[in-house]
Design a protein around this ligand. Sequence first.
Ligand SMILES: [Zn+2]
Ligand SMILES: [Zn+2]
Length: 1024
Amino acid sequence: MKETSMEREGRVRKKWEEDGTFQRSIANREGRETYVFYEGPPTANGLPHAGHALGRTIKDFVARYKTMSGYQVLRKAGWDTHGLPVELEVEKLLNIRGKDQIEEYGVENFIQKCKESVFTYENEWKQFTKALGYWVDMDDPYVTLTNDYIESVWNILSTIHEKGYLYKGHRVVPYCPHCETSLSSHEVAQGYKDVSDLSVTAKFRLMDKTNEYFLGWTTTPWTLPGNVALAVNPKMNYVRVKQGTEIYILAESLVTTVLQEDYEILEVVAGKDLIGLSYEPPFDYVAVKNGHKVLGADFVTDSSGTGIVHLNPAHGEDDYKVIHDNNFDYVNVVDSKGRYKEMVSLLAGKFVKDCDVDIIKMLSQKNRLFAKQKYEHSYPHCWRCDSPLLYYAMEGWFIKTTAVKEAMQANNQEVEWFPSHMKDGRFGNFLNNMVDWNIGRNRYWGTPLNVWVCKTCGKEKAPSSIKELRKLSAAEVPADLELHKPYVDKVQLACSCGRRMERTSEVIDVWFDSGSMPFAQYHYPFEKKDMFNKQFPADVVIEGVDQTRGWFYSLLAVSTLYTGQSPYKRVLSLGHILDEDGQKMSKSKGNALNPTELIQEFGADALRWALLADSSPWNNKRFSKKTVSQAKSKVIDTLLNVYTFYTMYAEIDQFDPSRDVGGVQTTLDRWIVSRLNTVVKEVVQSLDAYDITRGARSITVFIDELSNWYVRRSRQRFWSSGMTDDKRSAFSTLYEVLTKLSQLMAPYTPFVSEDIYTNLVNDSVHVSDYPKPEESLIDIQLENDMNAVLEIIELTRSARNITGIKTKQPLANLAVIPTDAILSNLHHYSPIIKEEVNVKGLEFRKDFRDLLQLHLKLNFAVAGPKLGKSLGEVKNILEKLDDQLKARFVEGGELQLTLQSGEPVNLTKEDILLEKTAKDGYALGEGTNFIILLETTVTKELKEEGLVREFIRAVQSYRKELNLPVDLRVVLYIQTDSWLQEVLVKFAPLVERNLIIKAVHFEHKPMMRSFQVEEYEVKLYIQS
Ligand SMILES: [Zn+2]
Ligand SMILES: [Zn+2]
């Protein structure tokens, strides 16, 4: 039984584990230059998907390539273990929802459950990582929940606090009502969805007027019960307009849009003159001391709405600021779960975003609705629980990233991005628009924010280590204090005012954890400073493009705040994996590919090759099972077939690469060696520029050339008995090629490469040095010639296909006409071409006129306008043109005609389309460098030879079926009709040349097997 991919890869993996090959590949480079790689930590409470397969394949690729290129590449694994995702999983598990129920369940128990849940799928992740062949040190990973890790994060936060960049503020932030916590702007950026919402124009009655209204506009009707003010732009003009019995005030430029028709403008008023006017809000749920007046704001425009904007301070950043600046009252009618508070009596307890329609109905009942409109927009949703977010004014902790914005931008400029447009595009833009980092989360499972606050005097303290915490503590701190809630919350610090300081209750944004990994993975600055110095900054970080707002951002922000430096020199940003129709893969759509299943069916090598070779990893990638299956059949299996062919004969002949060196090289040997070195050169150039896909394409072409040309053409050289000079050369050439090719492919397909290389060289390919091209072995002329030969063969094959004459059927003659004189020097390849395309004769010619018919046709698009009325006449002339004139046109590119009127007409190449057809008895093939004409007449003699070749093929396939050793000479018994027997006797030398036989007998044997050779029945018996 042939070994499956899974079995082969399992065998290789076992050997790696036994031999400690991964560790050896690192130890092997001790003292060499370091190439620093950071692992972006996955969370192990979800299963790996196709995107992870791409990320991990490229990480492994780069690390293996750099290792083989001479660098030492440490690969410390990491696990991201904190944060909302974990809490939400545990909520589901315990069947509880929301913070009240967590408190009820008990924070300590909840935290313990979170800790257990973190590694739910750790085993699956480890299996997947190993199966994919991703070498990463999972025995000594960094884990963000450990005290050591947290202590490093504390040290960073303490430094930031010391610099005055960690502060508490009251401001409007994006807020998830389900998770009951605010989010950072980069988290928000990850969850936009297109939704349909309602906008409303409501009527705000002017104080002391019965029928006069401001038309106030809002895209969030649910915020109307908390209305505190209306805003106008002081620089815009407004109008009082009468429509029906009512008077409206709105922006002059929007009158037609809003009122459409039947209105009368009473007065134009400057925006600034409206400021200070009082109105009665549509709802009376809140009473204000200062408010319900018009104020001026520059952000009001006339690009939509009415030019008058409804303001609610609790849910909009602009609203909050302008209301605060005008000393108007702050009100909030929404609770922490996103529901209306008691005061909004009719809707109390309902989720506000579900109440837009209720609000509109209520407005309408009160005669306060002017208009409503549906609109589509992109609205942020929680990146973890999918709830629509609310903007919400609240207290929170912020890091003043805006203070280091320029430093971050400058650091970014030093980074090499793949693809390059990310630097000033997606990532650069994100940096340009950055806001302060909302770092606190009102949750439970995370790194506790290490800020202690004194309620009495307001002093803050941010301990930078466990040691400092102990020193500042008002009481003894347990020796085994775990740096999590609720344990750290029990620690109180002594304040200089004499009172106690308590820890602020928040945990921090989980993205700050992963952004701290360059430092925290080595417990910096408490331990391993040398290690840290060697491993900072990273030469490369690699993740999906969505990490521009996630890990790529948090790494840069943390490091810039902490050290001023960029944490990485290079970023590889990977596109998404889409299904074959270009749709995003998702479990709910059912179009997600499971990478583990793909590995089981096709092998990790095939999956990796498909991911790396099919299209550039920087762009979104259409991907399907078919891509993987093709990678297996076209690349992995083809390589294995060549390798199996080699080992089979090497065994028969006891070929020993160290003893059987040299031999007499054929042109074909020199050619494949030249190609090998050209490909090595191309691949190294590509990979040094991180162009993994181009490298793969060079290899794909080479594997095809090796298998379908070099090996196929060399087969017979291996059949001869004994070790001849020619055979020795064939063996050493193939040995050299397979050795280097397995090295070239090792970062792409680590398993099959390892298997082949180890068997050839008796050591691991992954501790070897990546091949370097040997320029002296590259013969460009030879490569070009062989390319030309292959083109001629290809053209001839397609000409045969068109006429339906099988390659097995010999034909008399092939004429080859190069379109370029340089290529006419291919005479010494004639034997190869003749044999490949199965023709008796081959001639290179300059002239093809006697074999072709030329048709000159007018190119109407060009000639039409030029000829005008004479068009028809010229067309007729061309149809009847004699061959001599046609030939003259072909040579000179010009044609002079005379019309009946005596007027001369001059036609050039642009005016004429030249069509060629072969004369009877010939088939035509036209390529870029050649025209070929294949004689298609099958004479009796040729027909007979064709039959004999069909017969040979039948015997060969029968031998294969019987599984006979390839070099075994057999006795062949044949029974067929007398005519075919005669033919076989006549062509005996051809039969003997192609079949490994001792003797042929035309006689009957029992148990003969019947074959069809064209229209004849042939019975065969093989005696071994
Ligand atoms: Zn949420
Ligand atoms: Zn104090």
